[in-house]
Structure formats: C-alpha cells, structure tokens
Design a protein around this ligand. Structure first.
Ligand code: MG
Length: 417
C-alpha cells in the first residue's frame, strides 16, 4: 500500500491590508489559518461595510468546513448573519460585503483547494508563470463585459463600475460560485479586494508574483503598489504559497488543525478590538483595520523637512485648510440629494449624485424587490442612467409611481430592448 512516498501539503501565507489614501476607514477584512483563507470587502454607510465584512469572515471561521457542502453552508450562514443583522439594526440597513475564500479539504484521499466567491473580490492562481483569474467578478460592468457589451477601457470609467450584482447580506440566500483546484508544488494564490485590482493591472500582479518573494513581502508590495497608483479604495492582498514534500511512512494528517466551532483568533467584528496576529505554522501578518502597513507619506511631510521656516509652515497650513474646505464642499455637493438607480439588477434609492463625484460614491439608501426586467424600456433606460431626485420623500414617491408601470418580465410585449 505504501510503495509511493506520502506527500505533505505545506502552505505558507502572508497578507497586508491598507485603507488607502482616500477612504476614511478600512472596510476590508481578511483571515488566514491553515486550510482557510478569506478576504471580504464591505459596503454600506456609517460602520456598515466594516461590520458586514467582519461578520461574514468571522462566521466563516466558526463554521464547519471539512467538505465542499460545509463550505457552501458556511458562506450561506455568513450571508444570513449579515442579512439579519442589517434588518435588525436600522443604522446598518443596506450593508453587505463581498466574500472570497480559498479552503483546503480532503477528498478521496487527496487534498484539494476549494475556491468560493460572491462579489468582486478575486482569487488569482499563479502556476507555471501564468496568472489566471480564478473567480468571476459579480459586478455590473463585469456582466456587461462577459456579454461583450463593454470593453475594458469603457468599464474602467463606467459610472456604475462599483456596482455589485451579487453580495453577501443583501438577500436571505445567495448564489455562490465554486472552483476546485488540485494543488501543484509551486502554486501561488492571491486573494484580494477590488481596491487592489482597480489600481494594479494583472500584468503588474503577475510580475510581483513571478519575483518569488515570500508571501508577506509580496502582499505588502502589492498593497504598496495600489497606494502608489492612487490608493482610491481600501486594498487587501493575501498570498498563499503551495509546497509539496515527499515524506516516508507518515501521512500529512498532522498538518491540518481545524477548530470547529471554537473561538478562532484573527477576526473580530468592528466593534471589538483590532484582531491579533494569527497563530500559524508560518509567519503571517494580518491587519484588518486601517493601518500601518505603509507609512502615509503625506502625514510626515512637515516633519521630514528640517529647518523649515515658520512662514512656510503658515502658508502650508493655510493651503491645507483651504484644500480641506474644498474637499468638504465637494463632498457636500457629491452627497447632496438622492437618485433612483440600479444595483445588482434591482431598483434602489441611493444617496448622492448619480455616478458619484471624484472619490465620493453614492451610498445605498433603500433596496427594493423590483428587478430591471420588470421595468418598461423607457424606465429601464432612465434608471440605468440614474434618476436624480431632491429628497428621500420624492424618491419614494417616484418608486410608488414606478410600481404602477411594472411589466411581466416573461411577456413578449417588452421586445428586445
Ligand atoms: Mg473595495
């Protein structure tokens, strides 16, 4: 039975996350432990995004996850927890999160990676100098691109490029995509949020992975690159390296230690303290909050200059105050008013201007059960473009009228649109 040597799967991993140069907080969360790697990117005003991402990740870590079925159940459970919390707490209404996870299971005597995804965080697989995006993005522009209706250039500037078509916590159940990968020595996986991929191209990611630095250094480099190229969103990178050792007369059973149901370190909800570094077999860095991964260059700007004159400091202060006031004004303008639009194929009320302004994105105010397919052609065009309205009452009134014009999506009358 034991003619061929046993093989032991050995994983090393490292992660980095940063709030970026624009956002006020970090709504990304991540977790890594032997056998489970997760990245989540929360959305929703106030603390919503942060709470959603951390709740989802924490739920995953506490669930049983030895089989593909159990992993799916864990994601459904994460969805349920976020969904029910959002309903129960008005200040968290409308929150949601992406969730992408890579887990190791044993199937038929060998180990396999199971990748599960909801949303537009990604898992990349780097093998034989080839980078493959394993997961599909569940975003409005990605759907249009898959249908051949939008190219990459147009997608990059599309007003709805941040809109998700699937997310954790939006409905009582969620559809989950799944991939299985047989591990091969030398494989590298990258789990990341869109804050990374919107700034750093696939080619640049492949180049970083090809250099062969250890996972922690690679993850830090990638997040650093995202910040250098704008840092317009929180960015998170979690790199997992695969090694396979031949061992005689020993099984690899000892390599896996899952903690079912118990307290798992590493992730906590937003209201609890910042998670500690995870105990792991190999060096691993984890930060789920804003952080210190990278020094903010602009913060040390004044201190770095020795012998700077008082006048220069005064002028700099005045300029800083003026720019802060300008940013506040733009923010106020961008967040003024409401509009009715489309998110994840549903009609929604959003606060803020259509498409946002600079780095101020509109936020989800009210979700409706109305789907795009139920709209007549003209409403469909209007709402995909976004219908601006001055206040919430007006937006609700508009929705009430819209409901009287809904069509049966299965009838022939709407034509091809
Ligand atoms: Mg993001």
């Amino acid at each position: 039975m034991n003619d061929s040597p046993q093989r032991r799967l050995r994983l090393t991993w490292g992660g980095a996350t940063d709030q970026g140069r624009v956002r006020a907080n970090n709504q990304d969360a991540m977790y890594a432990d032997w056998g489970l790697f997760v990245v989540a990117d929360g959305m929703g005003g106030h603390q919503g995004g942060e709470v959603a991402a951390n709740l989802a990740v924490r739920t995953m870590t506490r669930a049983k996850r030895d089989t593909i079925r159990e992993l799916h159940d864990a994601v459904q459970e994460a969805n349920k927890v976020v969904y029910e919390t959002a309903i129960a707490q008005p200040e968290l209404h409308g929150m949601g999160t992406t969730l992408t996870s890579l887990a190791v299971i044993r199937e038929g005597g060998s180990r396999k990676f199971v990748a599960l995804n909801v949303g537009d965080s990604r898992i990349y697989h780097y093998r034989n100098n080839q980078l493959t995006q394993l997961t599909d993005d569940h975003s409005y522009v990605a759907e249009l691109m898959r249908r051949g209706e939008l190219d990459e250039e147009a997608a990059a500037v599309h007003p709805y490029r941040n809109m998700l078509t699937r997310a954790i916590g939006v409905h009582s159940e969620v559809e989950i995509d799944e991939w299985l990968v047989d591990p091969v020595a030398g494989d590298r996986f990258l789990l990341c949020s869109d804050g990374l991929t919107n700034e750093v191209s696939d080619d640049a990611i492949a180049e970083r992975l090809s250099i062969g630095q250890d996972p922690s250094a690679t993850a830090r480099e990638l997040v650093h690159l995202a910040n250098e190229r704008g840092g317009r969103d929180n960015s998170t990178a979690l790199v997992v390296d695969v090694q396979i050792d031949d061992i005689d007369g020993e099984s690899d059973q000892g390599s896996v230690e899952h903690e079912d149901g118990g307290e798992t370190p590493g992730v906590s909800p937003a209201e609890e303290s910042t998670p500690e570094k995870i105990a792991a077999t190999d060096a691993f860095e984890l930060r789920t909050k804003s952080s210190s991964s990278y020094p903010k260059k602009q913060r040390s700007w004044l201190n770095d200059r020795v012998g700077i004159s008082v006048a220069t400091v005064l002028i700099a202060s005045v300029l800083l105050i003026a720019s802060a006031a300008m940013v506040a004004t733009i923010g106020w303008y961008a967040r003024d008013g409401y509009h009715v639009g489309v998110v994840a194929n549903h009609v929604v009320i959003q606060k803020g201007r259509v498409g946002g302004l600079l780095w101020f994105n509109p936020t989800l105010e009210e979700w409706t059960e109305i789907q795009v397919a139920q709209l007549n052609d003209q409403d469909q065009r209007n709402l995909i473009a976004g219908k601006p309205l001055t206040d919430l009452a007006q937006a609700r009134e508009f929705l009430a009228q819209l409901r009287t014009r809904l069509v049966d999506p299965d009838s022939e009358s709407r034509g091809g649109g």
